[in-house]
Design a protein. Structure first.
Length: 197
């Protein structure tokens, strides 16, 4: 297998040389070739769009997506520290809680508060807002779970009052590059979030 690959490559190289006009100054042609490669390596990233993206573009970080992520990381206008407990709310509620949850985009997973039922336990508590990301039920990490599993954690909780902890930010802020580390989240879950008042 290896041998035949080498043979193929050699053949290609040879035929590449044979098409050079007159074969007069191979060294110049070669230099030209390498200049071309160099130019490709230093080409401005703006010329590459995602449809033309090749593996080397990705490897060099030239892709449009990578650029956007870089910009996001460098100037995150909406940065919110997901490893700061003060950006979370914990509340103990009896069921039914009166929270209408909605699933995040599939790339994130997890659920967030879509709205609160009028007169329901959650609304009465005055602690939750639509948009809050459900992270912990009791001490169980439910971040990233799909709708049924995340909600199932609340439904299955045996306590009369179930403590839930939510991140007061967007799905992107929690599940994107600025999300909490596994270690931080694990410890935060063990503590059951923040103090609920
Ligand atoms: C929390 O659960 C999600 C989904 O199962 C998982 O991806 C994540 O690693 C978990 N985090 C911790 C700290 O256990």
């Amino acid at each position: 297998m290896k041998t035949s690959t080498i043979v193929l490559l050699t053949t290609a190289t040879v035929s590449g040389f044979s098409v050079q006009p007159n074969n007069v100054r191979p060294s110049t042609s070669l230099n030209g070739l390498f200049d071309g490669v160099k130019d490709a390596f230093s080409a401005p990233p703006s010329e590459i769009d995602s449809e033309r993206e090749t593996p080397i573009d990705r490897w060099m970080g030239w892709s449009v997506v990578a650029q956007e992520q870089e910009v996001d990381a460098a100037t995150p206008s909406d940065f919110l520290d997901s490893m700061d407990a003060s950006n979370y709310v914990s509340v103990e509620l009896t069921k039914p809680m009166g929270i209408i949850f909605e699933e995040n985009d599939a790339e994130f997973g997890g659920i967030f508060v879509q709205s609160l039922k009028e007169g329901g336990a959650a609304e009465e508590s005055g602690k939750l807002k639509s948009g809050d990301q459900l992270v912990i039920v009791g001490t169980k990490n439910v971040s990233g779970l799909d709708f049924d599993d995340a909600l199932g954690a609340i439904i299955d909780a045996p306590e009369e009052k179930v403590k839930i902890t939510l991140f007061r930010g967007t799905g992107k802020q929690f599940y994107g590059p600025t999300g909490p580390s596994k270690e931080w989240l694990a410890e935060f879950c063990t503590k059951g979030g923040v103090e609920s008042s």
